[in-house]
Design a protein around this ligand. Sequence first.
Ligand code: HGY
Ligand code: MN
Ligand code: MN
Length: 416
Amino acid sequence: MKPTLAAPGVDRALAHLDELARISSLPDALERVSLSPEHKLANALTAGWMREAGMETWQDQAGNQCGRLEGREPDLPALVLGSHLDTVKDAGRYDGMLGVMLAIEVVDRIRRSGRSLPFALEVVGFTDEEGTRFGTALLGSRAFAGTWDDAWLGLTDRKGTTLADAARAFGLDPAAIREAGRRPEELVGYLEAHIEQGPYLEDAGRPLAAVSSIAGARRFALTVTGRAGHAGGTPYDRRRDALVGAAEIVVEIERVAKETGTIGTVGRIRAFPGGVNVVPGTARFSLDLRAEFDEQRDGAWGRIDAFAREVCARRGLGWSVEEFYRADAVHCDPALQAAIEEGIRTVDPDPPVLWSRAGHDGMAVAAVTGIAMLFLRCGNGGISHHPDETVTTEDVRAALDAFEAAVLAVADRHGG
Ligand code: HGY
Ligand code: MN
Ligand code: MN
């Protein structure tokens, strides 16, 4: 692998990530959710860094922080580089934010080089990819892509605040969020750099990968209903224990997922009424189901649902399903993916190609323009959505070189 030399911007990007990691709603952990005071602060800081890199900046009608560097003439369509500025609870500092900071550094390098491109460069820090606050993910990138749904204004957070009220408190007009939507003719494409959030690159001993596709996910709120009763007095043959039924289904989810090459996760489960000496009358749990191909994922869901019906019938339980999120798999644009691979070749002659098990803003942006992604190795077994998320300075340097080279490769393909 070619050794990388001095790379201006790497230390600065890492320092900016440290600064953003201090903007949290929790005293001892990182959590920054969409349309919060912390989000406002993160946008303001990011806007300042965008301006230092030579961009003009604005916050769009959805709260996405945007910056733009004109190309060789004003008002050309833009190649957009971006990722998200929101986090999960007890997050790491790289998921999302690293892609935004690398994008700013790429723009800074290109401006300093004096090279004028056949398109404008825009950077976007999306307001909501994770869905931490309102349960529905990709709100910022969906608004950007013109697929915003006003029904989402009624979503509520843990405190009962509606998205519409949160938007107003943030200084946005809820009725105008859809105006953040961009038109395809304004855009050349979208590139996103992101940590891998898995162990494949670390295991392979490689710093970077091109992404071929992003897994489609479906998320469900599932409820098993039985009858609560006395833990001592209710004989087994008369019990309708909702939690035991749910437990059978949870174990089957893992079995079906492994068998079908899908990924199923039950991240939340609660029993009601929740007394130690009460047979659970209701069990509620979540399911996040994803796969490289939608048919694979939907086939697995069909099997899980059929199994759950059978268990519930056998145990005298009720079964209800609410699907609250769905994003279909997205395949990267072949020409943009080739540009990413060309960019990676500046640091690694034989770029690995991975499909993304995690969701990304690019899945939403694909509704309005072609997308491609650059993955960067993360350490500690690839851990993410966890404070132990980590990257090395060397890998960030490689990612910045490759991301800049990918943008230049897109420029070459556009004559310039
Ligand atoms: O859940 C996901 O895949 C992403 O990290 N939001
Ligand atoms: Mn994430
Ligand atoms: Mn992310």
